[in-house]
Write a protein that binds this ligand. Structure first.
Ligand SMILES: Nc1ncnc2c1ncn2[C@@H]1O[C@H](COP(=O)(O)OP(=O)(O)OP(=O)(O)O)[C@@H](O)[C@H]1O
Ligand SMILES: [Mg+2]
Length: 471
C-alpha cells in the first residue's frame, strides 16, 4: 500500500516568504501547511503528521535554532531544513547542531529547495518502507515449518494450501501451543496477498479501550491522549491479511463493530464520521472453547458465523502419535545449532518418556522441554532423566482432571496406561520382567499391552532389546 506523503510544514514569520514557499512547493505537488511562529508550529506538530519541517532561522518569539532543538528532541525522525539569511559556515554549523538535516541560505534557487525537500521526502518513504518491512519481517512462514507426518497434520497442510489461495475467512481453533500462529502465517505467505502486509493483533494483550483504536484508528481528540490522528492497523493491512489472535477475548461492543466491518468492509475511526473501506483478508484464532463462550453469551453467534467460513482444528499434540518424536528431533536440531552442543539425539527410552506425556501445553511445551533437556544433558544423547517426568502428570488429584478437554475415555485410559507402564519401566531400569512384577502382571501380558499401545521395550536386560515388538 502506498501511503500518501503527509504535508510539509513551513514556519516563517514573514508572510511573503511563507506564501512563496507554499506556492513553489504546492506547484511541485507537495501538500503544504504554514505556521507563523515556532509556538504555532509545535502545536500543529503535536496534532498532525508531517514529513518534514522547513523553518526560517529568525522567527519572532522562539528562534529557529531553539525551535529545531525542540523538534529534534520530540520527533527525532522528522527531517528539517533551515533557511538562513546569510550563508556563514558558523550559522550552518549551528543549524546542523540544532538538528537540521540541511540548510539553505537566502537567496536560493527553487531547484536547490526542491532538491533538499525531495531528499527529505525520500527519507520519509524509506522510513515508511522499513516500518512495513519490519511488519512483514516476522512473516516467513512456510508449510515446511509445520513439522508432523501424522494423518491429521498432512491433512492440515493440504487444507492450508487449498484455502490460502482463496480469500475465505478462516477461524483457527486449538489448544494453547498447537501451532495456530504458524498456520495463520502460512495462510498469508501462501496466499496471493503475500507481498502485502500481514498484521497480527493480539486481542487479549491490548487493553480493551485501546483495541478499537488499534484496529480502526482514531481521529485527533477522539479521547484524552488522542493528540494526533492515527491510522488503524486494518488500513496498514490494506491489500494484505489481518490475523486477529485470541479473538474470543474481544469485548462485546467491539465484536459488534468487527461484525459490521466483516459484513461490508467498512469502518470508522474512533471519534470519526467518515466511512472508510479496506480490502483485507481476515484470519482469527482462539484457544478458548468458543462454543462455550457463545453459550455463555460472551461471544456473538453472528460474528462466529462470519468468521467461521473455513475452520481449522489443530489437534492436541497427544493425538499426533509419532509426531512427538519428529517434533522433538526438530527442536533438538534447532537448539543444538544455537547452543553448539554435541548431542546427537534421544535415547529410545527418552522418546518413550516424551510419548507418554499428556502435553497440556502442546508443541510449545515440548519445545521448552527439549530446550531444557539439551541444557541439562551431559552425555551425547538425551536421557529420560533430563526430561520432565511423566510421573508428575500421572498423579492427578481427582478423576475429572484426568480427562483432557475433548478427550475420549478410551484415549485417556490408553494414555494413563502408557504412562504407568513407562514409569514402571523407568523405575525398573527397563527390565520387562521386573516392570511386570511391579505392575502385578505376567511378563507376557505386559508385552501384550505394550504391543497394543505401540510401545517398544528398550534398554534393560540382555536379550530384551532384540525382541522388538512389531509396531
Ligand atoms: N507443527 C509444528 N512444527 C513446528 N513447530 C511448531 C508446530 N506447532 C507449533 N510449533 C511451535 O510451537 C510454538 C507454539 O506455537 P504457536 O505460537 O503457533 O501456538 P498457538 O496455537 O498460537 O498457541 P496459543 O493459543 O497459546 O497462542 C511456536 O514456537 C511454534 O513455532
Ligand atoms: Mg498463539
Amino acid at each position: 500500500m502506498s501511503v500518501p506523503l503527509p504535508p510539509v510544514l513551513v514556519v516563517d514569520d514573514e508572510k511573503n516568504m511563507r506564501r512563496s514557499l507554499q506556492t513553489m512547493l504546492g506547484d511541485e505537488g507537495y501538500a503544504v501547511r504554514a505556521a507563523e511562529s515556532a509556538e504555532e508550529a509545535l502545536g500543529l506538530l503535536a496534532r498532525e503528521n508531517f514529513f518534514m519541517v522547513i523553518t526560517d532561522a529568525r522567527l519572532g518569539g522562539m528562534t529557529g535554532y531553539e525551535f529545531l532543538t525542540k523538534i529534534h528532541r520530540e520527533w527525532p525522525d522528522l527531517p528539517s531544513l533551515m533557511i538562513t539569511a546569510y550563508a556563514t559556515p558558523k550559522l550552518a554549523v549551528e543549524a546542523i547542531k540544532a538538528g537540521a538535516m540541511d540548510y539553505l541560505s537566502k537567496p536560493f534557487e527553487p531547484e536547490e529547495l526542491f532538491h533538499a525537500v525531495e531528499r527529505c521526502a525520500e527519507r520519509h518513504r524509506l522510513l515508511q518502507e522499513n516500518a512495513a518491512l519490519r511488519a512483514r519481517a516476522g512473516v516467513n512462514f512456510s508449510l515446511e515449518q509445520i513439522v508432523g507426518d501424522s494423518p491429521k497434520m498432512r491433512e492440515l497442510r493440504q487444507l492450508i494450501r487449498t484455502v490460502a489461495a482463496t480469500d475465505a475467512r478462516v477461524l483457527i481453533l486449538g489448544e494453547s501451543g498447537t501451532g495456530k500462529e504458524l498456520v495463520a502465517g502460512a495462510l498469508h505467505t501462501l496466499s496471493p496477498r503475500t507481498a502485502e502486509n500481514y498484521i497480527r493483533i493480539n486481542c487479549a494483550a491490548i487493553p480493551e479501550q485501546l483495541l478499537e483504536s488499534e484496529l480502526f484508528g482514531h481521529e485527533k481528540g477522539a479521547f484524552t491522549g488522542a493528540v494526533k490522528q492515527k491510522f488503524g492497523r486494518v488500513e496498514e493491512a490494506d491489500g494484505g491479511t489481518v490475523f486477529l489472535d485470541e479473538i474470543a477475548d474481544m469485548s462485546k461492543p467491539l465484536q459488534a463493530k468487527l461484525l459490521r466491518f466483516l459484513e461490508d468492509g467498512t469502518f470508522t475511526r474512533v471519534g470519526g464520521t467518515e466511512e472508510l473501506r479496506v480490502n483485507v483478508r481476515l484470519v482469527a484464532a482462539t484457544n478458548r472453547d468458543i462454543a462455550k463462550a457463545m453459550a455463555a453469551g460472551e461471544f456473538r453467534e453472528d460474528l462466529f458465523h462470519r468468521l467461521n467460513v473455513v475452520q481449522f482444528n489443530l489437534p492436541p499434540l497427544r493425538e499426533r502419535g509419532d509426531d512427538v518424536r519428529l517434533l522433538a528431533e526438530h527442536f533438538l536440531n534447532f537448539f543444538r545449532a544455537k547452543m553448539n552442543k554435541p548431542v546427537t539425539g534421544f535415547t529410545p527410552a527418552a522418546i518413550q518418556t516424551l510419548q507418554a506425556q499428556r502435553w497440556p501445553g502442546n508443541v510449545r511445551e515440548l519445545r521448552n522441554a527439549v530446550e531444557r533437556a539439551l541444557i541439562l544433558e551431559n552425555s551425547r544423547e538425551i536421557q529420560p532423566a533430563s526430561l520432565p517426568s511423566a510421573t508428575v502428570e500421572l498423579r492427578p488429584l481427582n478423576a475429572t482432571a484426568l480427562l483432557a478437554p475433548e478427550e475420549s475415555l478410551d484415549t485417556a485410559l490408553q494414555r494413563l496406561e502408557r504412562g504407568l507402564i513407562q514409569t514402571a519401566l523407568e523405575q525398573n531400569n527397563f527390565s520387562l520382567t521386573r516392570a511386570a512384577e511391579h505392575l502385578k502382571l505376567s511378563r507376557h501380558s505386559l508385552r501384550y499391552r505394550m504391543q497394543r499401545l505401540n510401545m517398544k521395550p528398550v534398554g534393560g536386560e540382555a536379550g530384551e532389546t532384540t525382541d522388538v515388538i512389531d509396531q
